[in-house]
Design a protein around this ligand. Structure first.
Ligand SMILES: Cc1cc2nc3c(=O)[nH]c(=O)nc-3n(C[C@H](O)[C@H](O)[C@H](O)COP(=O)(O)OP(=O)(O)OC[C@H]3O[C@@H](n4cnc5c(N)ncnc54)[C@H](O)[C@@H]3O)c2cc1C
Length: 432
């Protein structure tokens, strides 16, 4: 019997959902499109600074990637540091790396200040090498990161790897103690509550359908048409991530929505879970088509990967359960008989250059392209955009880099070429 879609994280949320604001105002200082980490973090920061802010979420708060992810709060960026330095130069990459460390502090500070009960823990992450050649590069990477960014990574040889992971298939690993883990659905629910307490008006089931520019006495203004009515706003923040659709065509052209899927097992015994992950790390492997996995606070193995490249549908979710179970058993044969109790999928916002971007598009603020680093990055970018609106200097190191459009066939809403991209990455994994 195929297992039905069920998101483990959502079933652990103990607080009632934040109620939607009732009345739509005629106007607001700032309108935010999207109620995930990015939009809610921006709303919280703006409201705390006394700015009048209304947020619109097409579904429920946190419905998008923010409640569907692995809960890994990760340092660094998706691309290897030498590639980044080659592209953007040392100085810019130093700032980018420092920002990536700041994103984690930002999440930790919000969790602490708002007392969000989401199992935040600085448990560190472990990257495991799928090939000897990948492991051979780790020492050099660790030295580079130490030299350029004064940040410590620890290389773990194959003979020591059992102290980190109960699997023998890898060639070694690299640990970053600064990374953290949390329960994303509880975190995003807490963020929504915090934004609302600070005074933000949060509207759920309110899809922004169209945004027009409306000049008023020479000053620029936007008119937003939502499924709950229309209003004007002085500024707009686009925080719609991989779920960006036709309301904002210029941003939509830049986003490559890629599906990712997760299974979670039944609760494992304390002994078995300690064997699988003795230090409770956030773990991912060194492939392009990677697996990422971790224990949940109640000792389930949560195992994710790009089982299908397409964004989630009933079909892709169903197929993913078996594909991921097989993947999990190649890593952990100990889990051969463990029952899969949960499977779900979500969509990540990739960009062609695999970088996060922020700034203005059609005069509206936006941040996007967080890929698999969005738990920390989306929170931080949201707060940063809020800071820009409040008049802070723009010190976002990703703000001035070129933001390429996605090729036709990979763009949000029209992704027929995604299987080709998937096949390309599988080939890369064979040869690199
Ligand atoms: C399966 C999976 C695993 C992942 N694992 C990790 C991980 O372990 N660590 C990590 O750092 N990152 C991970 N990510 C990525 C991370 O979850 C995202 O980068 C992050 O949640 C993005 O947050 P966001 O606020 O930008 O977007 P989202 O959370 O996707 O929110 C965007 C929201 O905008 C709404 N929206 C869109 N258009 C409109 C509109 N017109 N009107 C109103 N609302 C609209 C959507 O309904 C959606 O709720 C994972 C993602 C997935 C899918």
């Amino acid at each position: 019997m195929p297992i039905a879609e069920r998101n483990y994280w959502l079933e652990t949320v103990a607080t009632p959902p934040v109620p939607s604001a009732r009345d739509l105002p005629d106007s607001t200082d700032v309108a935010i499109v999207g109620g995930g980490f990015c939009g809610l973090s921006a709303a919280r920061t703006l409201a705390r600074r006394g700015v009048n802010v209304a947020l619109f979420e097409a579904e429920t708060f946190g419905w998008g990637a923010s409640s569907r992810n692995g809960g890994m709060v990760l340092t660094g960026m998706k691309l290897p540091v030498p590639t980044l330095i080659h592209r953007y130069g040392r100085e810019t990459v130093r700032k980018m790396y420092a920002a990536s460390l700041e994103t984690i502090d930002c999440v930790e500070q919000i969790v602490r200040e708002e007392k969000i009960d989401c199992d935040f823990s600085r448990c560190g992450h472990l990257e495991v090498a799928c090939k000897q050649a990948h492991f051979d590069g780790y020492e050099e990477s660790a030295e580079l990161v130490k030299r350029e960014f004064n940040h410590e990574l620890r290389v773990v040889s194959k003979s020591e790897l059992r102290r980190e992971i109960g699997s023998d298939i890898y060639f070694g690993g690299m640990v970053d103690e600064a990374s953290a883990g949390l329960n994303p659905a509880r975190y995003v629910a807490g963020l929504a509550l915090a934004a609302q307490h600070a005074g933000a008006r949060l509207h759920d089931h309110a899809r922004v359908e169209k945004i027009e520019r409306e000049p008023e006495n020479g000053a620029r203004k936007f008119r937003l048409h939502t499924s709950k009515g229309a209003l004007t706003a002085r500024e707009v923040i686009l925080a719609s991530g991989a779920y960006t659709m036709e309301a904002t065509p210029a941003l939509r052209k830049k986003i490559i929505p890629i599906g990712s899927y997760i299974v979670a097992t039944e609760i494992l015994s304390g002994n078995l879970s300690r064997e699988l992950s003795p230090r409770n790390r956030m773990i991912y492997d060194s492939k392009h088509f990677l697996y990422y996995y971790r224990l949940t606070p109640d000792n389930r193995m949560l195992f994710g990967g790009r089982a299908a490249f397409f964004p989630e549908t009933e079909n892709t979710v169903r197929q993913s359960a078996e594909i991921l179970r097989r993947g999990m058993i190649t890593v952990y044969p100990q889990l051969r008989d463990a029952k899969i109790e949960f499977v779900w999928g979500g969509t990540l916002d990739f960009t062609l250059d695999v970088m996060p971007h922020a700034g203005k598009i059609d005069d509206m603020f936006f941040a996007a392209g967080f890929a698999g680093h969005g738990v920390a990055a989306a929170t931080w970018f949201g707060a940063k955009l809020a800071g820009l609106i409040c008049g802070e200097a723009n010190d976002i190191p990703f703000a001035n880099i070129k933001f390429p459009a996605a090729p036709i066939g990979l763009r949000s809403g029209n992704t027929w070429a995604l299987p080709l991209a998937g096949a390309w990455y599988r080939i890369l994994d064979l040869f690199t």
